[in-house]
Design a protein around this ligand. Structure first.
Ligand SMILES: Cc1cc2nc3c(=O)[nH]c(=O)nc-3n(C[C@H](O)[C@H](O)[C@H](O)COP(=O)(O)OP(=O)(O)OC[C@H]3O[C@@H](n4cnc5c(N)ncnc54)[C@H](O)[C@@H]3O)c2cc1C
Length: 416
């Protein structure tokens, strides 16, 4: 997949010179560092990729939204999207590794104390520590009110017991943001949950062996077992009882746009791969791309990709501009995945039997795109939010509330 290095003109309203430079850097990195490692990652779905996160850490990319005072890039949400999108064109697994740490970075940003940020952000920014966010449970799934992991007060700290599943970067993280129940069953989720910082080497915390998934080979989304893990009171993130808000706001402001960028990268790769195939496959003295019916389907794919592209960048641009945009972030994630999944099906069909060759990259895109539906809200949950918007049902606008509280998290409006 040839990297473009230059963003399309449709993105000019959203990109600064600094963003364009980052785009070129990410493309170069994807071509020179990620692409050569892909065959190894694809051939070993049971292995966790450890080299790429180290290389990305050296680029300083885990600190893309971290303030400069803590050694980060303070480059904002559009910059974060550029990095994830450009990596995902070459490898959705590499992009998934980057984005999974950037969600808890967001949680720490908005809910952490000065001491917590001082302790963790410099390490993340220089790549000495990665983070993970652990919300999902075997029985609760996307229903946060059903969380069964408990945290009980003990002395001047807490004891956490429970199990978390599908946790992105579970095997790489040095710190897990764990959402646990701190009030009795029956208390509403908006008061019953609390977020905690759990260091990976705390006694009682185990990460189950990595299991291969359908796609995203190399990315670990594993199981954490918390067996009476003791942590000090200083490890509470936000206030006791604010865990739902920590999880929700991180998912809407960071998780959704991150997964949108992953699906966008896969979408771009699907269209480019299919166009190349059709333009080179001989038929009737010309090529398959000469056939009107085939061109029509390719045109449909390109149209979907263009819609996803502008929807993605316009949503994160609103976020960087400190405008209320929860609904746009949610809509971009939903539409981005849906459109890319339809393009994946078209791409498979247009390739005929070649689509089924396991050593051809198309089936990797087809598998990987299945992974952008469940995280940061399944399609059903996005549509529940979007219907609320349509009906004017009041809900918290996290983009508005947290942007106002933490204006220092946003990029300098006059970048070099
Ligand atoms: C690549 C990847 C990375 C992930 N990273 C993380 C991570 O870092 N941290 C983390 O905590 N989790 C992570 N997850 C887990 C993800 O957040 C969950 O998969 C998601 O919340 C859905 O939960 P579930 O899979 O258990 O599905 P369930 O919640 O069991 O839902 C199953 C199906 O039922 C539907 N459904 C459920 N409830 C309703 C309802 N009330 N109305 C209508 N439909 C409903 C869902 O939409 C879905 O289609 C990741 C998952 C993936 C695939």
């Amino acid at each position: 997949m040839p990297a473009t290095h230059t963003p399309p003109a449709a993105l000019r309203p959203y990109l600064t010179e600094a963003h364009e430079q980052l785009w070129a850097e990410a493309d170069k990195f994807a071509t020179s560092q990620v692409a050569p490692r892909l065959p190894r990652m694809e051939a070993a779905p049971h292995a966790v990729e450890r080299e790429l996160p180290e290389l990305m850490a050296r680029q300083g990319w885990f600190g893309v939204t971290i303030p400069q005072a803590f050694g980060g890039m303070r480059a904002g949400h559009v910059a974060k999207t550029v990095l994830i999108h450009r990596l995902a064109v070459v490898s959705a697994a590499a992009a998934a590794i980057l984005q999974a740490t950037l969600i808890p970075v967001g949680a720490l940003h908005h809910w952490g104390t000065a001491e917590q940020m001082e302790r963790w952000f410099p390490q993340v920014a220089r790549g000495a520590a990665l983070l993970a966010i652990a919300v999902t449970e075997p029985r609760a799934g996307g229903h946060l009110g059903g969380i069964e992991t408990t945290a009980e007060r003990s002395g001047d700290g807490w004891v956490i017991t429970g199990e978390k599943v599908h946790i992105g970067n579970s095997h790489l993280a040095h710190l897990h943001v764990v959402i646990a129940r701190t009030a009795a069953t029956g208390v509403t989720a908006s008061e019953a949950l609390t977020a905690f910082l759990v260091e990976h080497d705390r006694g009682g915390l185990t990460v189950a062996p990595h299991r291969a998934k359908l796609g995203l080979h190399g990315f670990s989304a594993g199981r954490l077992i918390l067996d009476k893990v003791r942590i000090p009171a200083a490890n509470v993130l936000g206030e006791v009882g604010q865990g739902l808000y920590v999880a929700q706001s991180s998912s809407i402001l960071y998780g959704r746009p991150n997964l949108t960028a992953v699906s966008l990268g896969i979408h771009e790769a699907l269209v480019a791969t299919t166009a190349h195939f059709l333009d080179n496959r001989p038929r009737y003295g010309g090529h398959l791309s000469d056939q009107p019916v085939v061109r029509d389907r390719l045109g449909e794919m390109q149209g979907r990709f263009q819609t996803a592209l502008t929807t993605t960048y316009s949503a994160v641009h609103l976020l960087d501009s400190r405008l209320p945009c929860d609904s746009e972030l949610i809509g971009a994630k939903h539409t981005g995945h849906q459109l890319a999944a339809r393009t994946a099906r078209d791409a498979m069909e247009l390739h005929g039997a070649q689509a089924l060759d396991t050593d051809y990259q198309l089936q990797r895109f087809f598998r990987d795109i299945q992974h952008t539906h469940p995280p940061a809200g399944t399609g059903e949950f996005q549509r529940i939010h979007l219907a609320n918007t349509a009906l004017g049902t009041p809900h918290i606008q996290w983009s508005e509330r947290l942007a106002a509280e933490a204006s220092w998290t946003h990029p300098d409006p006059t970048p070099a």
